[in-house]
Ligand binder design. Structure first.
Ligand SMILES: C[S@@+](CC[C@H](N)C(=O)[O-])C[C@H]1O[C@@H](n2cnc3c(N)ncnc32)[C@H](O)[C@@H]1O
Length: 394
């Protein structure tokens, strides 16, 4: 069977591949394209207000079985929902009242106990419709399931090509895609299940964004941040991205960056380590130059969900923060005056490998001045970067 979720990964299939499965299950507002396929045998949905498929749409696609995520019941007791009069999140009877005359083929509706098993499996979080579909289909004991169009919302896209935003962050039973992914990771080896390219990557590499060429990275950054996005970024000048890619090609565990600015180099570092910590000042250059720039939105658009950002009040806070981190690569690109460069270097040098930006003997600055104090056999100059590999490493 193939289960086609609503993430953009379903667009990466070869035409004809999804339709070659014995049974094709599609979810909610699915879209039929040459890549996602043209057939739908089983339609799985929560059947709430946002579901736009009509009976005619589903008949045309070949649906002969509908499967509902929610029971026809007030399934979850939640004071949060009662106080806010958001009963649709816990009492699903409205769905069945509204659709009383809608059903047109055999339809599976779970009982409350079956639904709550999924809820409990996720530690008291309502499963996303896609994940509920996976669990319900696996319960049917299939010989093999191919999952496509699942990225646990890392792409920030649903309905194949529409923006998805996480709402109700304070809802205690809200969807928790991370838990769903953790469950799948833990169970994958004992399940008869295979994944599409993007999901395979996520299963193996977690939050590291999937590999794209430098050109594709640059084009995407401009698409999200506008033409000027590379201004003052280490990636812009003198093949910056190529040098960083060369240095980090083997991957790292945890990269620490000092000097986030608009987060462009941060997004690039995020491709090479499961974790990136980036540090800037609470009222740094971005606040002064681009007060409307939203770094987190930029990273999310770049598919980089593995970044922790800290905006520090002062140098001591920065030093204390770094002292508590376990990392194996540092990028120093903050205050370029000599004493500050030395100060940042001293804070990060125990990781053993430090990359400096703006090393420029032709136009000497604090970075150049400081790097020249390091033993020359420990420093490699690459364009405008200086890479220090030293004896402080563990
Ligand atoms: C050249 S920009 C960084 C560019 C970014 N690394 C890139 O390549 O896209 C320098 C950044 O360092 C920050 N900065 C300045 N002094 C700092 C300090 N003492 N500690 C941390 N960051 C600092 C500035 O606010 C500014 O955002």
């Amino acid at each position: 069977m193939a289960i086609v979720g609503s993430g953009p990964g379903c667009l990466d299939n070869e035409p004809g591949f999804v339709d070659s499965f014995d049974v094709v299950v599609r979810i909610s507002n699915f879209k039929l394209t040459p890549e996602t396929g043209g057939r739908c045998d089983v339609f799985y949905s929560f059947f709430g207000d946002s579901i736009r498929k009509s009976v005619a749409d589903l008949r045309r696609a070949g649906v002969t079985l509908c499967m509902c995520k929610c029971p026809d019941a007030h399934a979850i007791q939640s004071r949060w929902h009662e106080e806010r009069r958001r009963m649709k999140g816990v009492d699903f009877r409205y769905i069945y009242e509204r659709r009383r005359d809608w059903w047109f083929c055999d339809t599976y509706v779970p009982d409350t106990a079956t639904f709550l098993e999924k809820f409990d499996l996720l530690g008291g979080h309502v499963p996303t419709t896609g994940f509920a579909a996976v669990l319900d289909i696996l319960d049917c004991d299939p010989a093999h399931v191919y999952l496509t169009g699942f990225d646990f919302f890392r792409s920030g896209i649903h309905n194949v090509d529409e923006r998805w935003t996480f709402r109700n962050a304070d809802d205690p039973i809200a969807h928790d895609p991370e838990r769903e992914l953790q469950w799948l990771r833990g169970q994958a080896l004992r399940l008869p299940i295979t994944f599409d390219k993007r999901l395979n990557w996520i299963m193996q590499h977690g939050d590291i964004p999937p590999p794209v060429s430098i050109d594709a990275f640059m084009a995407r950054a401009v698409e999200i941040g506008g033409e000027g996005i590379f201004r003052r970024s280490a990636l812009k000048v003198a093949d910056g991205a190529q040098h960083i890619e060369h240095i980090l090609r083997g991957g790292r565990r945890h990269i620490v960056e000092i000097g986030t600015f608009r987060g462009v180099s941060t997004a690039f570092f995020a491709r090479f380590a499961p974790r990136v910590t980036t540090i800037d000042l609470r009222h740094g250059q971005v606040e002064r130059m681009y007060p409307n720039h939203n770094r987190r939105a930029f990273w999310s658009g770049m598919g980089a969900n593995n970044i922790d950002m800290h905006l520090v009040r002062n140098e001591q806070q920065k030093v204390d923060l770094i002292a508590g981190l376990d990392f194996d690569f540092a990028f120093v690109d903050g205050d370029h005056r000599m004493p500050q460069v030395k100060h940042d270097f001293d804070a990060v040098k125990r990781c053993g490998t430090v990359l400096f930006h703006d090393f420029d003997p032709e136009h000497p600055n604090g970075v150049t001045e400081f790097v020249k104090t390091l033993p020359t056999n420990e420093v490699e100059v690459m364009g405008i970067f200086a890479l220090w590999r030293g004896r402080y490493g563990r």
